[in-house]
Design a protein around this ligand. Sequence first.
Ligand code: TYM
Length: 333
Amino acid sequence: MSDDKKIILSGIQPSGKLTLGSYLGAIKNWAELADEYDCYYMLADLHAITARQDPAELRRTTLEQIAQYVACGLDPEKNTIFIQSHVPAHAELGWVLSCYTMFGELSRMTQFKDKSAKNAENINAGLFTYPALMAADILIYQADLVPVGDDQKQHVEICRDIAQRFNGIYGETFKIPEPFIPKVGARVMSLQEPENKMSKSDKTAGGCIYLLDKPEDILRAFKRAVTDSDTVVRYDPANKPGVSNLMQIYAVCAGKTFAEIENAFAGKGYGDFKTAVGEAVVETLRPIREKALELLGDKAYLEGIYKAGAERAARTANRTLSKVYKKVGFVAK
Ligand code: TYM
């Protein structure tokens, strides 16, 4: 990992099983960046506890997520893979940055509004200040690029604002990062309610596809996917959200353009189309599922990855934290 490479940081909350949405919106693009960039990918467990988690389940999904990162093509030799809580500097910088983040700007975060509306009994302070911690995650590595799905764009924007504010007060401290959002697949929708984002917390049966789902379950979910009363396969998200969502998924998994898909299914109706999308997803996920299940049998290997990752990550993170502590006026240890 050389110093002149540009830096990438991204993360996913291990708050449940990884979904096709997080794969197409984020992880799929991560693996392709390893040679060109110095990449840090974390499991955002500190973020995960902004919603109530079952402790045993959180531990299990965190390990499963590491196995899936590797199974999705993230080479642990080329990428720094680590668990957020193993690098305490994130929480420390998160606190500092929360003092440079305004109540008003946090109040405008759509994800805070959505999550507090869905979880009225647990609108905790962590859920509210979450973007300051996410800004710390990014800025502590001096990241140039943050590959995320569309729903995280606002959080990367507030991170830029916080960094600029801090730099404005104390002089050049943080690099200003850019979001890196895929053209297709940045917002995968539920198969049952295509007006809503595909989400790991979705309770609707068949709405969400998980990376470790069995092929027969995936095929069934796509056959039952909600479309519309029309019969034409055409990309038109406003009027045909279900079909357009399936087209996005198919375009990425089968490597086709929207025009190619429209031509291939002209006059064929939705049955054939939904089967083809399901099959393309099964084939995309099959090697990932097989590899992840194999890796999950080797806990020592997974432990080696996250321990080495945390050590590497901490070296970089602590450098930035020391610089920040000095700038704000803390006495050096
Ligand atoms: P999280 O865990 O909700 O989602 C992880 C990543 O997957 C993307 N994603 C989607 N993309 C397309 N369609 C979907 N339906 C879909 N669902 C999820 C998300 O955009 C995201 O890229 N706050 C972050 C985790 C985080 C982070 C960070 C990310 C913590 N610190 C620093 C980047 C940088 C989150 O909750 O993502």
